[in-house]
Design a protein around this ligand. Structure first.
Ligand code: OOG
Ligand code: MG
Length: 267
């Protein structure tokens, strides 16, 4: 897979424009028959072009995310391959802060594990070692918000749409102890009620495996991670519609991360 991040072919730039407009105007795109079919390589180029529009507006790259690393997510969305997306600082919501869901289209939330990268890593470098550059882990929430009507997409489309990335929250960082991350209960709570329940072992068997997969992906895509970047390992449960109220993830030994969601209760 060779992916260029420079301006792509016109149909790729067109996809990036449409997805960018869908996000900024909060208007999901439907399949009106004019949507170009993309290969997976082209979809990653479109993703880079889409995120380039955001960085041109002043956003900064903040890390990477993996998607479809659990069977629960693959089943929910009808896809069977791991995907990689990009995070920017504008997507970050500080732990305990308010998130206004009216800024989003049809947000869903999922509980995740996050890793922090302690030093710059160029994944294109054959000597790069992502695992050893990760220094901490934290419980995390990801708010996804597909720019496609009804959250309906195939693999190239969700990749072009930056893997539905919208917002993310990380809890307090805990020094990385890989052995302590296996087989931990992952609970999503809404206003104190358990709403979704999974295990860190649902994430590729063990969340550390996501780093090896990301390293291979990053090498092909020419990705870099700066010191302090975040890597989201992917949801341990199916995503649930983002409710209004206090939304929290809890993982034993890692702790909790929560946000207050405000906005209209109806979709
Ligand atoms: C794509 C994003 C998948 C995950 O954690 O598996 C993802 C989607 O479900 O819309 O972020
Ligand atoms: Mg996710």
């Amino acid at each position: 897979m060779t992916v260029t991040t420079a301006a792509g072919a016109p149909h790729i730039e067109d996809v990036a424009d449409r997805l960018d407009l869908a996000e900024t105007s909060r208007t999901p795109v439907g399949d009106d028959g004019t949507w170009p079919a993309l290969t997976l390589d082209e979809a990653y180029t479109a993703q880079a072009a889409l995120v380039a529009r955001r960085t041109a507006r002043g956003e900064h790259e903040a890390g990477l995310k993996l998607g479809f690393t659990s069977a629960a997510k693959m089943r929910q969305m009808g896809v069977s391959d791991l995907i990689v997306g990009r995070l920017t600082d504008a997507m970050r919501v500080a732990e305990g802060d308010v998130l206004d869901r009216t800024a989003l289209i049809h947000p869903r939330v999922e509980p995740e594990v996050a890793f922090r990268v302690g030093r710059d890593v160029d994944l294109a470098d054959p000597d790069a070692d992502l695992v050893s550059s990760v220094d901490a882990a934290a419980p995390a929430l990801e708010v996804i918000d597909s720019r496609y009507e009804g959250f309906r997409f195939d693999l190239p489309r969700v990749v072009a749409d930056n893997t539905s990335a919208a917002r993310y929250v990380t809890g307090a960082w805990v020094p990385l102890d890989p052995r302590a991350l296996g087989n931990l209960a992952v609970t999503l709570r809404v206003d104190g009620r358990d709403t979704a329940f999974g295990s860190t072992s649902a994430i590729l068997g063990h969340p550390m495996r996501t780093l090896t997969r990301l390293q291979a992906f990053g090498a092909r895509l020419g990705l870099r991670l700066r010191a302090g970047s975040v890597v989201l390992a992917g949801a341990a449960t199916a995503a649930v519609p983002l409710p209004v109220g206090h939304v929290e993830v809890a993982i034993p030994t890692l702790g909790r991360a929560g946000i207050h969601v405000e906005g209209a209760r109806d979709e």
